[in-house]
Design a protein around this ligand. Structure first.
Ligand code: HEC
Length: 419
């Protein structure tokens, strides 16, 4: 059951989003069978860690400075180099968030952790193969057996209005003043891989090199914004945040530009996977087939294959530790290629197909929709499908992706292996 989080709340007004999901981001009835989101028992990374705590196999060490953060990073195998800092007040614990005390976020492929210095709880979210995003808090108080509590309050923002109509994750660009309050609604945007860099990261600290490509990170208050309007590289290419805040309050270093870009790809990809899975089950129950979902499948594949990714105009250089940690989970083919190889020169990844194709959630998609996706993906990569919407994928990209997936993705249908 979902429980409310008993701390003082002041919700940020939810802004309706202009959608790129082609006619299908209406909220789905995810609290009805077969999903029954609120009453279902999640089968996610949090449930697995909770079981280990209950059984005594895992003891979460309490850290005098960071509470359960270091232990949770370890338990979930999340690297602290993935740290990103956001200072727009976008959380249930908004009162603790300011540019001097931003919220830190950490993530891997299936868990996200939020830590704000001095706040009573840590926010944790995960990805469930059937439910989509799942949301929890854990009290920052030394306990014998700490407990993750699922919270319905999180759904007021994460419940679908910004995450393709299902519980999910998102990243926003929200210009903020010196208290972290929103300056103007006009510039509030959801960020995905398709958002040009110049429209990203208002309300976020951003560390790393990005040459002459402007972005809206690190700008605090109207004065910074006005200066940025004249001087687009004001507060750009920053690698040390200590002139702006007390960085010793944070477990990791900086707010990595490459981690941000991976996050922005990933959160939306997770939402697409969950959306298609849930919608397909409902369609199948209603009509006995999923043929009406063609536009959704096309949109999904365009995102999976980065066909509308905002191009980079120059090199992006983040924290090498993050790049190393991210690459350490690579599944490589016999030529050493992997979907986690970063390009960071003209685009984010060298081989433009989401690494989340290996995720449990992708594999757990309802069979009728997964079949359609895999068939179409195969047609695109073999060149049989020369549809304009995938034209951005070069012949070399298609060939490389086909070879990598054939070697590294288990359980592909037989026709993938032939020819
Ligand atoms: C008032 C709206 C709001 C509420 C309520 C809220 N969040 Fe969020 N959350 C956001 C926003 C907005 C972001 C994206 C970061 C950003 O752009 O500031 C976010 C991001 C996150 C992230 C990072 C992953 C992602 O989606 O980008 C986690 C983890 C998270 N929230 C957990 C929670 C949990 C757990 C709860 C409930 C205890 C919760 N949130 C409640 C607004 C909210």
């Amino acid at each position: 059951m979902l429980k409310p989080l008993r701390i003082s709340l002041l919700l940020l007004t939810c802004v309706a989003r202009a959608e790129d999901f082609q006619g299908s981001d209406h909220p789905l009835e995810y609290d009805h069978p077969p999903i029954s989101y609120s009453t279902a028992q999640p089968n996610d990374a949090v449930a697995a860690v909770q079981r280990k705590i209950e059984s005594g196999d895992l003891k979460l060490e309490w850290d005098e400075k960071f509470g359960y953060l270091p232990a949770l990073l370890k338990a979930f195998d999340v690297s602290k180099s993935s740290q990103m800092l956001v200072y727009s007040k976008s959380s249930l614990q908004r009162k603790y968030i300011t540019p001097e005390n931003p919220r830190s976020l950490y993530f891997n492929d299936d868990v996200y952790l939020g830590y704000i210095p001095g706040a009573p709880v840590m926010e944790v979210s995960a990805v469930d193969p059937q439910l989509g995003g799942t949301f929890y808090f854990i009290e920052q108080e030394k306990m014998r057996k700490p407990k993750f509590v699922r919270s319905a309050d999180c759904l007021s923002c994460h419940g679908g209005q910004r995450s393709l109509g299902i519980p999910g994750h998102f990243v926003r660009s929200v210009p903020a003043d010196s208290g972290g309050e929103l300056i103007t609604l006009e510039e509030v945007r959801d960020i995905t891989q398709c958002t040009p860099l110049k429209d990203r990261w208002a309300g976020w600290f951003v560390t790393g090199k990005h040459g002459t490509q402007p972005h809206r990170g690190n700008l605090i208050g109207e004065r910074d914004l006005a200066r940025y309007a004249k001087e687009p590289l004001f507060k750009a290419n920053i690698t040390d945040l200590s002139p702006m805040l007390d960085t010793t309050k944070y477990h990791g270093k900086g707010s990595d530009i490459v981690a941000l870009m991976v996050l922005e790809h990933q959160v939306h990809m997770h939402n697409y996977v969950a959306r298609l899975n849930i919608e397909a089950q409902q369609m199948h129950a209603a009509y006995g087939h999923v043929r009406y979902m063609r536009p959704q499948v096309d949109a999904f594949l365009r995102y999976l294959l980065f066909t509308e990714e905002a191009p980079l105009a120059g090199a992006i250089e983040g924290n090498p530790e993050y790049v190393r940690d991210f690459a350490s989970h690579a599944i490589k083919d016999s030529k050493g290629r992997s979907l986690r190889d970063l390009d960071c020169k003209t685009r984010l990844f060298k081989y433009p197909c989401s690494f989340l194709i290996y995720s449990t959630s992708f594999d757990a998609m309802a069979a009728p929709i997964k079949e359609v996706i895999l068939q179409k993906l195969h047609d695109i990569l073999t060149g049989k499908n020369s549809d304009e919407q995938f034209a951005r994928l070069s012949t070399n990209d298609r060939k490389a992706l086909l070879e990598i997936l054939r070697e590294t993705k288990p359980n592909l249908p037989d026709y993938w292996r032939k020819s």
